[in-house]
Write a protein that binds this ligand. Structure first.
Ligand code: B12
Ligand code: SF4
Length: 485
């Protein structure tokens, strides 16, 4: 069978960095590889900008597909819903949706009547079995991990146990990605994942919710063998032009000590490219950072998320001290590893002074790149439940992430404050950094003065922006975009 696999990979509000959008999505790559290995065909629509009904249906009608399959995160779902409707109305083909969103909100996804099936969790086996059952080899409504409607009846099968041996999967199919149409950094990198899952319980992150979907959540976190990962990179690096680094998309590459030890030993023996990875500050000590540097790590992305210790612990569920955070960034600097800090604002119970705590902690940590987005509660997470219970939603279901607006009713932060911090986050972090280098007697009153000026509703927003523009113009180059990620 030929499967039309669709992945909407753009944001309403433009790209994170203003570059063309579109990135390698390994989830689609794995699904395609497994289907092709079993002799099926895949027509991949990697949407890098909005489409309309006519264009979408013209593409679909050319594919001669037997199944329309969408991959969806929560922010993508409104786009997927529209396309699913168009596909159903026009072709009547069966429609399946997989990915994080249907995994966490299967019933909400199935409320859209044009969607016949949703896949819970990992989709390689379920999608293959669905294709085969639609061809008459198997029962659609008996497929583990699939829910939906079949021959007029609703059915719901629990998620299947996560695949234990990730090495048994083929390498992701990269032939489906048109690199020349995608974000420029994609042409310079090899994107890989060595693991699946994360054992932590940050209350805003979908990992705890995804883990709970599986019958045995204890098997949720898995690593491929180091040899399998490096073989994939070697295969991709051989003869490739213009590639200058490897990007590990894993949630935490440094999670498992024994795996990590083997990885940092073998990587430089087999791969001659620097790499970028994600980690947690509390999983990085001096020994690990030194080993990462030695292995070729050039950048580490780490979540600070909030600079307010109370909010971080009680609302976000992240048990790590300011000192631990600062230490990780300091050690990366010491060993010459670039850093990216990931931050959010607009949490329930957060006020503007807490937002400023995030700015200040970034000022102290001095990351190579700072990123801040407005918090969006994803279905299935504990923070989503909190927001629902407290009636905080005003704008559920929209792509608010890079628009600097919030989906929530926030009493402690105004829209103007959110916009100011989003726009000038790095410049403000640099300002506080400068203040903190002064002697205490000067630094304390100056800090309070800046806090008050930024928070004051009496000072017009245009003045604050003008002052921040001046700051931005003086920002030393090493405070922005000196790190690639
Ligand atoms: C790489 C990545 C990105 C890249 C995007 C690359 C791209 N082209 O999409 C970048 C950096 C741009 C990015 C941005 C963001 N991301 Co992101 N990202 C990821 C990451 C790390 C890897 C994705 C991946 O390839 N996974 C590996 C594959 C194997 O898993 P998978 O994609 O889920 O696919 C499997 C199953 O879901 C299922 N499946 C998927 N599709 C389909 C389709 C069918 C038909 C079937 C049957 C099955 C199926 O089968 C697949 C194979 O097993 C994930 C975390 C993660 N570990 O997955 C977060 C993740 C997807 N991102 C997330 C978030 C929150 C964001 C941001 C909002 C972050 C921010 N604050 O800026 C933005 C906006 C994204 C958006 N528009 O939705 C969340 C999404 C939560 C949610 N409920 O939607 C995740 C899950 C992280 C997390 N733990 O919370 N991200
Ligand atoms: S450590 Fe990162 S990936 Fe893991 S649960 Fe927390 S936010 Fe999610």
């Amino acid at each position: 069978m030929r499967v039309a696999l669709i992945y909407p990979d753009y944001y309403h509000s433009g790209c994170i960095s203003g570059e063309p959008q579109g990135r390698v999505h390994l989830g689609s790559g794995y699904l395609s590889a497994v289907l092709k290995r079993e002799g099926h065909e895949v027509a991949f629509l990697h949407l890098l900008e909005p489409t309309d009904r006519e264009t979408f249906l013209a593409w679909l009608s050319r594919q001669d597909a037997g199944l329309v399959a969408f991959s969806s995160t929560s922010l993508m779902f409104p786009k997927v819903r529209s396309m699913a409707r168009w596909a159903k109305e026009e072709t009547g083909l069966p429609v399946v949706v997989g990915g994080v969103h249907p995994t966490l909100d299967p019933l909400g996804t199935l409320e859209e009547e044009s969607i016949d099936f949703v896949c819970l969790g990992e989709g390689e086996a379920a999608l293959l079995e669905l294709v085969e059952a639609l061809e008459g080899r198997g029962e659609v409504d008996a497929i583990p991990g699939l829910m939906g409607r079949w021959r007029g009846r609703d059915f719901a099968n629990p998620a299947r146990t996560p695949l234990e041996d990730l090495d048994s999967l083929p390498f992701p199919d990269r032939s489906i990605f048109e690199m020349e149409r995608m974000a420029p950094d994609q042409r310079e990198r090899i994107t890989v994942m060595a693991s699946r899952g994360c054992p932590y319980h940050c209350r805003y992150c979908s990992n705890h919710a995804q883990r709970n979907v599986y019958p045995d959540g204890s098997r949720y976190v898995r690593f491929r063998s180091v040899d399998n990962v490096l073989s994939e990179i070697e295969e991709l690096a051989e003869g490739a032009e213009g590639i200058d680094h490897v990007r590990f998309d894993d949630d935490i590459l440094t999670l498992r000590p024994a795996w990590f030890k083997e990885f940092v030993r073998e990587y430089p023996r087999r791969v001659d490219l620097p790499f970028i990875c994600n980690s947690r500050v509390d999983l990085l000590d001096e020994e690990k950072i030194a080993a990462l540097k030695e292995a070729g790590c050039k950048t580490i992305c780490m979540g600070i998320e909030s600079g307010n210790p109370w909010l971080r612990k009680n609302v976000l569920g992240r048990r790590m001290s300011d000192e631990r955070i600062l230490d990780a960034f300091r050690l990366c600097r010491k060993y010459g590893i670039g850093t990216v800090s990931l931050n959010m604002m607009g949490f329930p119970q957060e006020d503007f002074s807490m937002v400023l705590d995030t700015v200040k902690l970034n000022g102290r940590a001095q990351p190579g790149i700072t990123q801040i987005t407005v918090f969006y509660p994803f279905p299935g997470t504990e923070l989503y439940r909190d927001c629902k219970e407290k009636g905080l939603f005003v704008d559920e279901g929209t792509d608010t992430l890079f628009t600097r607006r919030s989906a929530l009713k926030l009493d402690g932060i105004s829209e103007e404050q959110m916009e100011l911090v989003s726009e000038y986050f790095t410049a403000l972090a640099w300002l506080y950094h400068g203040i903190f280098t002064l002697p205490d007697a000067l630094s304390r009153p100056l800090e309070r003065m800046v806090d008050r000026a930024l928070a004051s509703p009496l000072l017009p927003s245009s003045w604050k922006k003008k002052a921040c523009d001046r700051l931005l113009a003086r920002l030393p180059w090493e405070w922005y975009m000196t790190t690639k990620y």
